[in-house]
Design a binder for this molecule. Structure first.
Ligand SMILES: Cc1cc2nc3c(=O)[nH]c(=O)nc-3n(C[C@H](O)[C@H](O)[C@H](O)COP(=O)(O)OP(=O)(O)OC[C@H]3O[C@@H](n4cnc5c(N)ncnc54)[C@H](O)[C@@H]3O)c2cc1C
Length: 459
């Protein structure tokens, strides 16, 4: 078949829109959340159904084209887009069906977490996700999924019941604990390495209104706050999640004007337990310091999920570095405080997400997500709207990471990594890497799905 014929028969199989260079939508369609990424695919297909996804996978495989899969487009390393290949854009596949009596939801492969929260909140239910509503379900859930509900209900993958996957050979399979159990094990942490997930099925939990929000302390108090937070969160009830941050207070009405643009440290809390016990649970938080801002209120869960959306819109420059950490030693805390004081731009930040509670209930080998027994997932992110500040945010992030990496557990959360090479991917999957490579050989021997933190098929 000639190239033109192949292209024509491909187009005839599609219901979704095919966008190529020169089309009016091309530049908007190739943009991802991180404006540091500027890639020019040969074509982008806005798939509307599973049949479109199969057609794209078949075409990329038979034509030997590089293939990228875009869920929410949030990945820091820009893994939802590629240069010169075909992009499967799932943003047209965003249906959510809640089965309230079963406490489950079927979620389209291109949904954002905002789509899921919107649908589940109506039933007083929620799925464990992240901390920003615009992030894609696809990338976040396949990498693990760390967020406000992790201590109580585990990672997103710990609540994943089933997936529909389009494999590299164009076939569609269901994977769960019984069917294709090896694939189900691998996709829970192994990212998009094994196929395109067109449907997710999640377990939901009775979470409607939570009690939470931020507490801030002056940066000068950061060493004591960090030490207190380290000891407090470990013994706090699971219903209370709190992630630590260094930040610059955004100049928005939500925060007192006296704090605007001040560098501070803080914790963002989410309590999903019995409201009658909230005062007692939060008493140590209210009394420590006390905080310069105590912003704890009863709010709908989706409101907490959306609270940072406006502060971090798409189109900024982002540079990420991350590690899992087992312990936060006083020495490491001193280094954190030193580098935090040098935060180069108002949106640059450092977060420490607790990895404990329900996350520790699942054995490290039970899913592909490694480092379950660590204490925190740390991430340092240089962020700024101005491309002229690219070097400034990158240098700060790298310098901070280099100083703290010796105190880490060795690998990082895949969803917080940039393009850092095979050694780093292997360090991240640790003991699970070999098994992942075997599963990869079985389901994607030609490594068609390689625009990701790549697991190479076992030789
Ligand atoms: C502002 C911001 C906040 C974040 N907060 C959190 C957080 O709280 N918790 C957390 O765990 N992570 C968080 N992350 C990290 C996030 O999990 C990753 O960036 C993730 O890759 C985003 O998924 P996506 O679908 O939006 O990305 P994309 O860029 O679309 O895709 C990322 C990777 O996943 C693959 N992929 C996406 N969808 C599918 C699918 N349906 N089937 C197969 N492969 C797929 C892609 O091929 C690609 O390799 C955050 C990121 C940002 C930018």
């Amino acid at each position: 078949m000639s190239d033109t014929q192949a292209m024509q028969s491909f187009q005839a199989r599609l219901r979704g829109k095919l966008i190529q260079a020169g089309d009016p939508e091309y530049d908007a369609a190739r943009k991802v959340y991180n404006a540091m990424i500027d890639r020019r695919p040969r074509m982008i297909v806005r798939c509307v159904d599973v049949a479109d996804v199969i057609a794209c996978v078949d075409f990329a495989r038979t034509e030997g084209m590089l293939l990228a899969v875009r869920g929410g487009g949030h990945n820091g390393a820009g893994l939802g887009v590629c240069d010169g290949g075909l992009v499967i854009d799932l943003s047209g596949m965003r249906g959510v069906r809640v089965q309230s009596e079963l406490r489950t939801a079927r979620v389209g492969g291109g949904c954002t977490w905002g789509d899921v929260d919107h649908a589940t909140h109506a039933y007083g239910l929620a799925a464990p996700s992240g901390i920003i509503s615009t992030t894609g379900v696809g990338g976040l859930a396949l990498g693990g999924g760390i967020g406000h509900l992790s201590r109580r209900y585990g990672l997103s993958i710990d609540n994943l019941l089933e997936v529909d996957v389009v494999l590299a050979d164009g076939s569609v399979v269901i994977a769960n604990e019984q069917k294709n159990a090896d694939l189900f094990w691998a996709i829970r942490g192994g990212g998009g390495n094994f196929g395109v997930v067109t449907w997710f099925q999640f377990r939901l939990h009775p979470v409607k209104e939570i009690i939470g929000g931020p507490t801030f302390w002056p940066l000068e108090q950061a060493p004591e706050v960090m030490r207190w937070y380290r000891d407090f969160i470990r013994q706090a009830p699971r219903e209370l999640n709190g992630w630590f941050a260094f930040l610059t207070v955004p100049p928005v009405p939500m925060f007192p004007e006296a704090l605007h643009l001040k560098k501070m440290c803080g914790v963002v809390w989410c309590y999903c337990g019995d409201p009658a016990k909230a005062e007692q649970v939060f008493a140590p938080v209210k009394n420590f310091g006390p905080p310069a801002l105590y912003g704890i209120h009863a709010i709908p869960f989706p409101a907490l999920q959306g609270v940072f959306d406006g502060i971090y819109p798409p189109g900024h420059q982002w540079y990420w570095r991350a590690d899992f950490v087992n312990e936060l030693s006083d020495e490491a805390i001193a280094l954190h405080c030193k580098h935090a004081a040098l935060m180069p731009t108002p949106q640059s930040t450092m977060h420490l997400y607790p990895i404990d509670g329900a996350v520790h209930d699942v054995a490290p080998g039970a899913t592909a997500f490694n480092y379950r027994s660590s204490g925190w997932a740390s991430v340092i992110v240089g962020v700024d709207p101005d491309p002229a500040n690219k070097a400034k945010i990158t240098d700060w992030t790298k310098g901070y990471f280099d100083a703290l990496h010796p105190y880490s557990a060795g690998g990082a959360y895949v969803n917080f990594m940039m393009d850092e090479g095979q050694e780093r991917v292997q360090a991240t999957y640790g003991e699970n890497y070999r098994r992942l490579a075997e599963v990869k050989r079985k389901y994607d021997p030609g490594n068609l799905f390689r625009v990701n933190q790549n697991i190479r098929p076992a030789g």
